[in-house]
Structures are given as C-alpha cells and as structure tokens.
Design a protein around this ligand. Structure first.
Ligand code: KE4
Length: 430
C-alpha cells in the first residue's frame, strides 16, 4: 500500500494538529517550505516518508548522542517493555538512575525524575521559591527553559524564532515575577539583585546557551553568578537540559568548575524517551513532597521504560569517555570548516562552539547575547538550510538553535556535510 508523502501527511496533520506539528520549531516556519515527515532513523541517518535519506544534525534536539537506534538503548528498552512499561509504583531502576545521576552531576545530592525539561525547570523554580520564601526569579534574555508560564518572557528557541519571546496567555502577575537581564552581563544581574533585595528566589540560566544559537559564557561569568547568588541568598539553577551529559559527563558545571545549587536535566538523560529531572543540594531537595511541603508529582515519572533507556545511555557514556573526544572533534572540524567556507564565499558569518555544541550565525558580529544574536540574517540562514536539505543534510530549522552532533558522524559524514556546505555557500554568494 502506497504511504502518504510528507506533503500529504502535512496537509492531513494541519487538519487535526495546531500548525500540523506537536512542537512549533518542527514546522519549518522559520526556513520556508514544508516539514519532512520521518519514517525511521538509524545511526547518523534519518529516512523520510518519501524515501529520502539525511545526515541528522538535530538528533531529536540532543538526546540521540550515540546516534539513532543504538543497540545498547534498544536492548534495554525491549527488556523493560517485557515487564510492562509502567506501574506507578517505586521500582529498582529509579533508585539506580538517581544514584547514577548523583554520582555523575557534581551539584546533585538528591534528584527527582519528571517527564520533560519543562517539568524539570517548572518544578525547580517552585522548589526554590518554597525553599527561600521569595517570589521573583531572574532569567536571561534569549535563554529557553521550556514552555512554563514563568519562562515565556524574553524566551529563546522556538519562541525567539517565531518572534513571540513574550507569549500571549502568560498573565501579568506571572510576568511581574520574572525579571530578565542580558546574558554575559554581571552588572545587570547585580543591579537587579540590589533593586529586588530579599525578593529573588532563583536565578536560572543555560550555562552554555543553546537556545539563542550557541552562546558561550564570558570568562568569569559563571563564577561571578555563583558569587552573587551566594551573596544575595539566591538559588542558582543551571538549566542543563541541553548541556547535561553533552558537554561532559558532568555537564557544563563540570567543564567550567562552577557548582549551582540546583540543576535541571532532560534530553540525553532519557535516551530518547520522555524524561526530565531536577536535583541539587539535599537541604533544598528535602523541601519536595512527600519529604517536605513543596508539591510536585507525575503519573509516569521514573517509569521503567524511560529509566531503562536513560540508564543504558548514561552508563554507556560513563564507560566510553572516548565518545566526548569524538563528538568534540567533530564539532571543532565542522565549526572551523563552515566558518572558513562562509568567509571564502564572502558570506558574513561568525561561529560559537563549545565541544559538540556549535552555531554558525549569519552575521559577522560576535554573538554574546540576545541582542547580538538577533543581528543574524535569518532569511539567508533559511536559504542555506534549504540548500543543505536538498543535499541530504538535516540541520535545525532555525538560526537560533545549536547543532546536535551524534557519535555516529564518521569521516564520510563529516566530508559530506562540508562538501554540501561549500556548495551551499557558493550558491548563496552567486
Ligand atoms: P522540553 O520540555 O522540550 O523537554 O525541554 C524544555 C527545555 C528546557 N531547557 C532547555 C535548555 C532546552 O533546550 C529545552 C528544550 N529545547 C528545545 C530545543 N532548543 C526543544 C525543541 C522543541 O521545542 O521542539
């Protein structure tokens, strides 16, 4: 039986799903054209419903760090599935997963599993508010922490892509409790803390930003935030949903040697299944119900299937440190190569890279925060995206995302990406 093409599927999808997608950034609105509907994936490759093959540079927005359908994860999930995917009762796997996360992430003494990055960040700020008795939070312009109301103020990722960094539907009351400051600006943070002394419960940020595109913390910035949060009694929350287990086994906090009070996790922690987690100092986490009064719950939190996938992936990463060397080398090779190609073609570009996270910005301005990221030529990015797609390279469909490299990018794939990119830049400059 002939299967519907991506085009037909998208027409059908738009009848029954808002915008035809279950997450906005997938809709290709920022890059033009219709989204491709994927049928399956394996290793470094995606296969769409029309039989086309693509080298995957999204990897489910981060989780597929070992590539698609890795046997270690697949075997673990099959085994767990045989025992029923969920009971809603405590299980051995949850204990083992919590012990593993506490062992790997420097700042985490206790952790609670949830079902998405949004749930993790939403819960983390509630706990910080319950622990401090304060109402306000500080977030950075352009950082994205999921779609909870408190974060849809000057938000990055899809919100930035579609020009709705302050979403309708977020009440003034909620918005008033979210203070925003530019990333990489310690003075702005100190002034905001002074002006709101005794009212700020938490400061939350992506320690290396992925959701404005990749933006790197300036020398001493994270250390400065640590000092200010300690001085003002503010809970410092590193949102490591993207950087966790990607930049290092212990995340950005291991890489930069800065210990937050709480950490949020997602993506890689679930091995491709819906998992999020939040954790931190025992003193703070002991406020969480039923140990303490701050309520947070979830029907499928810590379910056996998701724990099996996450445990298998994290254990593999722990036992194979060479994965980080491989993906970091791939990140450097691509970041340097793409930038050189852009310059050779006379295309204005700059690049930010930390290990396997990088973004090529279509501006010659060095991108250090939201305002400089917004200087990028998103129309030109869209044209580049489409040319790469035509040549079988599937990039994130937004200038304001990082590349997500998997360990299955070998010489062949890297050469193909660079070759396709060189052609794309040449077309852009004609
Ligand atoms: P989820 O609720 O989408 O699992 O996680 C939200 C989240 C929280 N914190 C950070 C740092 C994140 O990057 C995310 C989600 N990332 C986006 C991609 N930049 C998810 C992709 C999408 O929205 O479809």
């Amino acid at each position: 039986m002939k299967r519907d093409s991506s085009k037909v599927l998208f027409d059908r999808a738009k009848q029954v799903i808002p915008g035809g997608v279950n997450s906005p950034v997938r809709a290709f609105r920022a890059v033009g054209g219709n989204p491709l509907f994927m049928s399956h994936a394996r290793g470094a490759y995606l296969f769409d419903e029309d039989g086309n093959q693509f080298i995957d540079m999204i990897n489910s927005w981060g989780p597929m760090i070992l590539g698609h359908a890795h046997p270690v994860v697949e075997e673990a999930v099959k085994k767990a599935l045989a025992g029923s995917p969920s009971f809603g009762a405590p299980t051995r796997r949850e204990v083992e997963m919590a012990e593993l996360i506490c062992a790997l992430v420097p700042s985490i003494e206790q952790v609670r599993m949830v079902n998405s990055g949004t749930e993790a960040t939403m819960a983390a700020i509630r706990v910080a508010r319950g622990y401090t008795g304060r109402d306000k939070i500080i977030k950075m312009e352009g950082c994205y922490h999921g779609h909870a109301d408190s974060f849809l103020i000057a938000a990055g990722s899809g919100a930035m892509t579609f020009g709705v960094p302050d979403s309708p539907g977020v009440t003034k009351g909620v918005a008033n409790d979210t203070l925003t400051v530019p990333f990489n600006n310690l003075t702005a943070v100190e002034n905001t803390l002074k002006e709101n002394e005794g009212q700020v419960a938490a400061l939350i940020l992506e320690p290396v930003v992925g959701n404005m595109g990749c933006v790197v913390p300036a020398e001493g910035y994270l250390q400065g935030l640590r000092k200010l949060c300690t001085q003002y009694g503010v809970v410092l929350i590193f949102d490591e949903v993207m950087t966790g287990f990607r930049l290092a086994l212990g995340g950005a906090q291991e890489l930069y040697g800065v210990k937050p009070d709480m950490t949020t996790l997602g993506k890689i922690v679930g091995g491709g299944l819906p998992v999020g987690a939040y954790g931190g100092k025992k003193e703070i986490m002991s406020c969480v119900s039923p140990a303490g009064p701050v309520y947070q719950a979830g029907t499928l939190s810590g379910n056996p299937l998701a724990m099996a996938a996450g445990m298998a992936l994290l254990t593999y990463l722990k036992d194979h440190p060479e994965v980080y060397k491989n993906i970091n080398n791939a990140g450097s090779r691509l970041a340097t190569g793409l930038l050189a190609q852009a310059k050779a073609a006379g295309v204005k570009a700059s690049v930010n890279q930390v290990g396997s996270m990088f973004t090529l910005f279509f501006t010659d301005v060095v991108v250090t925060d939201y305002d400089s990221a917004k200087k990028s030529d998103t129309v030109l990015f869209g044209k580049y995206f489409q040319r790469m797609l035509e040549q079988g390279i599937y990039l994130a469909p937004s200038q304001f995302e990082a590349m997500f490299i998997s360990n299955t990018l070998g010489e062949k794939e890297l050469d193909k990406i660079l070759e396709a990119s060189e052609l794309s830049f040449k077309d852009l400059s004609n």
